[in-house]
Design a protein around this ligand. Structure first.
Ligand code: GDP
Ligand code: IMO
Ligand code: MG
Length: 427
């Protein structure tokens, strides 16, 4: 068998948790391949809400082995408290495998993330302040500390002392902060976290390949999204990893030929949290209505999300970058009350209309969306379970998006619940 990727096609929070959970019914392994606890993936089962940060969204099923891949950055304290919370609510997390090659988020990463943001002032990126950028920076600079280092106190200490020397200089001389003590960190990471994490630390790449070789189903769950990708997103207003489907190969340890399907996930409109360009952003009462009806507040930071009309130019580009085989559309129900819907089908920059994302980002800042208007349906869709129960105008809206994007929309979300997905077309 081969692997399926779930990837966000906008700026995050499209409903990756919900889709992953739905698909996980048929999966044996669910692997997170990048990001860290900057992610917040929500699953709602029988009215109970689970907001996962590090654990793969397949964890709610007993038959699934959840895997944290090598491409993830792990804050061990956060991971353990997430495990404790889930365990307390009756979820068995004992099958979890955490890649030994994943990098650790250290206390100085978190502190430096917040300090850098403050230093940037009004040019701040609006990060989640979870230490994600500094942890990936250390990985690239080859001074990161890996999960497997928790299993060797001597190596952990050695690496920590080398890296802390530099971090403490930066904290003191650049930011006028107190130094961080190696003993304090070692006390928590080696004495408190390591013994609990040790049984979960393992060879995630081996586990993925064993499953693939045995003909099992593997789902690779992206965090963040295409336009937050370090290489392909709206740099510098991006995260520090590669959420695009190609990142799934690196972050889980497979080659491209092992991937059979890439499911892109998009909201029926667009949201973004944090700074950066957003051509279809709405700052009027329609924007407020989307926030209100969509509950558009960060899953774990609580920040209000920016909202805007569906942008087909973005998803056309996401289709290319991820080789999308299909798209799942979420939150159609949020549009239920609107009389008119707009869809951005191109960007006007100067006297030119771009159908594909302009290469130069200044063009994106200046882009004036070219909209097509479609009639709303003004009917409640949240109870629909089958296609024929959707109002005609809702089906036309989805069909229009699908044609504009050039990829089939196979599922449509009409509510947060696990089963609130309507099959729209065959993949
Ligand atoms: P993720 O980060 O991509 O997993 O998405 P989040 O969980 O951060 O944000 C998506 C939010 O929308 C969550 O609160 C979900 O419960 C909710 N949601 C997902 N799909 C739908 C849908 O089809 N309709 C509605 N109304 N809410 C949805
Ligand atoms: P999920 O997986 C939405 C955004 C932050 C900020 C930028 C960089 O739930 O979709 P970082 O802390 O990663 O250095 O912040 O990326 N961001 C997200 N926005 N959903 C997410 O995750 C995000 N993870 C990071 O708001 O703009
Ligand atoms: Mg989220």
């Amino acid at each position: 068998m081969s692997a399926t990727v779930v990837v966000g096609t906008q700026w995050g929070d499209e409903g990756k948790g919900k889709l992953t959970d739905l698909l996980a019914k048929e999966m044996d392994l669910v692997v997170r391949y990048q990001g860290g606890h900057n992610a917040g993936h929500t699953i709602v089962v029988d009215g109970r809400r689970f907001a996962l940060q590090l654990l793969p969204s397949g964890v709610l099923y007993d038959h699934v082995t959840p895997v944290i891949g090598n491409g993830v950055v792990v804050d061990p304290g956060v991971l353990l408290s997430e495990i404790d919370t889930l365990t307390a609510s009756g979820v068995d997390c004992s099958r979890l495998i955490v890649s030994g090659n994943a990098h650790l988020i250290m206390p100085y990463h978190q502190e430096l993330d917040a300090l850098t943001e403050r230093h940037l002032g009004r040019n701040k990126l609006g990060t989640t302040k979870r230490g994600i950028g500094p942890a990936y920076a250390d990985k690239a600079a080859r001074v990161g500390i890996r999960v497997q280092d928790l299993l060797d106190a001597k190596i952990f200490r050695q690496k920590l002392e080398v890296v802390l020397k530099e971090k403490n200089l930066i904290l003191a001389k650049v930011y006028n902060r107190l130094p961080i003590s190696a003993d304090d960190i070692a006390g928590r990471y080696l004495d408190e976290f390591a013994p609990r994490l040790a049984p979960m630390i393992g060879d995630s790449v081996g586990a993925v390949h064993q499953a693939l070789d045995a003909g099992r189903n593997v789902l690779l769950e992206g965090a963040q999204a295409t336009f937050l990708d370090l290489d392909h997103g709206t740099y510098p207003f991006v995260t520090s990893s590669n959420p695009v489907a190609g990142g799934a190969c690196v972050g889980a340890g497979i080659g491209p030929r092992d991937i059979a399907a890439v499911i892109g996930i998009a909201k029926a409109y667009v949201t973004r949290v944090g700074s950066g360009p957003f051509p279809t952003e709405l700052t009027d009462e329609v924007g407020d209505l989307l926030v209100e009806r969509g509950g558009e507040f960060g899953t774990n930071t609580g920040r209000r999300r920016r909202t805007g009309w569906f942008d087909a130019v973005m998803i056309r580009h996401a289709a290319r970058l991820n080789s999308l085989s299909e798209v799942a559309l979420t939150k159609l129900d949020v549009l239920d009350t609107l009389a008119v819907l707009k869809v951005c089908v191109g960007y006007r920059v100067g006297d030119r209309v771009h159908r594909q994302l302009p290469y130069h980002q200044s063009d994106l800042h200046d882009a004036e969306p070219v909209y097509e208007e479609l009639p709303g349906w003004q009917e409640d869709t949240s109870g629909a379970t089958e296609l024929h129960q959707l109002p005609a105008a809702a089906k036309e809206y989805v069909q229009f998006l699908s044609e504009q994007v050039g990829v089939g929309i196979t599922r449509v979300g009409v509510g947060p619940g696990r089963d609130q997905f309507v099959r729209f077309a065959a993949p």
